[in-house]
Design a protein around this ligand. Structure first.
Ligand code: HEC
Ligand code: HEC
Length: 221
């Protein structure tokens, strides 16, 4: 009898320790990706992935996994952030070059599941002109600027205004999106080129007022 009980206890312990080991193994990938983020990204993109204006680093938490992975591969392979005038792009490229394919997959998954850190809406209003001008962006970026993963079009609502303005300028001047292998970037170049600065400002102000679902306006900075 005593032997039977101790055997059963042993069995339960075994099952318990196997379960703990299983749980540990299950959480390993996310731990590893969190470690990548904390050791290689946090210094510029912030604790919550909210971005940092002084370092020209955008808000990246909660962007789509496909978009993040594509951009990291582009930075790594000189498709983005390779232009001599692209100081901040080159800064990011220097970080992406040593990343392995597995690290890119892992950190993209990690970032995509973090809550998006949205910038609070600005004071200015763009009125119906801004809304009208934004229509030409909706087919790819979504009615509320929430992004469309299948098109690799990123969420642009809730992103820092200085970053969006800079990216449109980069597309217009051919600093971003002109590489042979960047067809989707070139599409954005064609869209950005005819826009004058006043219209861009109105579009971006309108965008900053949109509240796509899943975007919280409680930002941490
Ligand atoms: C030295 C500062 C710095 C570090 C460290 C850094 N980044 Fe960046 N990152 C930037 C800057 C600056 C940009 C904006 C580049 C531009 O203007 O095109 C950027 C852009 C990005 C973008 C593009 C976002 C978009 O909307 O297109 C992604 C994705 C990104 N970083 C991910 C990461 C990840 C993941 C890490 C860690 C492996 C990391 N960054 C580490 C500075 C940094
Ligand atoms: C035909 C589809 C399409 C349309 C229309 C479009 N975009 Fe884009 N946009 C994209 C794609 C795809 C990307 C990602 C490009 C890349 O991979 O570098 C992008 C990227 C961007 C970025 C860079 C965001 C970041 O996080 O770095 C901005 C800003 C932007 N678009 C603004 C606009 C605005 C403003 C309009 C309307 C005037 C617009 N887009 C219309 C497809 C589109």
């Amino acid at each position: 009898m005593a032997l039977l009980i101790s055997l059963r206890q042993l069995n339960q312990r075994f099952i318990l320790s196997m379960s703990i080991m299983f749980l540990l193994l299950m959480s390993l990938p996310s731990l590893a990706s969190q470690t990548i983020y904390e050791s290689k990204c946090i210094s510029c993109h912030g604790v919550y992935g909210e971005g940092n204006e002084a370092l020209k680093s955008p808000s990246i938490a909660g962007l789509s996994e496909r978009y993040i992975a594509r951009q990291l591969n582009h930075f790594k392979n000189g498709i983005r952030g390779n232009h001599e005038q692209d100081t901040s792009g080159r800064m990011m490229a220097a970080i992406a070059v040593p990343l392995t394919d597995a690290q890119i997959v892992s950190v993209s998954q990690y970032l995509a599941q973090l809550p998006f850190q949205a910038v609070p809406p600005g004071e200015k209003s763009a009125g119906f002109i801004g809304a009208g001008l934004f229509r030409q962006c909706q087919s790819c970026h979504g009615a509320k600027g929430q992004g469309e993963e299948s098109l690799f079009a990123p969420r642009i609502a809730g992103q820092h205004l200085w970053y969006l303005t800079k990216q449109i300028e980069n597309f217009k001047s051919g600093i971003r999106g002109m590489h042979d292998e960047d067809k989707l970037g070139r599409q954005m170049v064609d869209i950005a080129k005819p826009l004058d600065n006043e219209h861009i400002e109105l579009i971006l102000i309108h965008l900053s007022k949109l509240k796509p679902s899943g975007v919280s306006h409680e930002s941490h900075h």
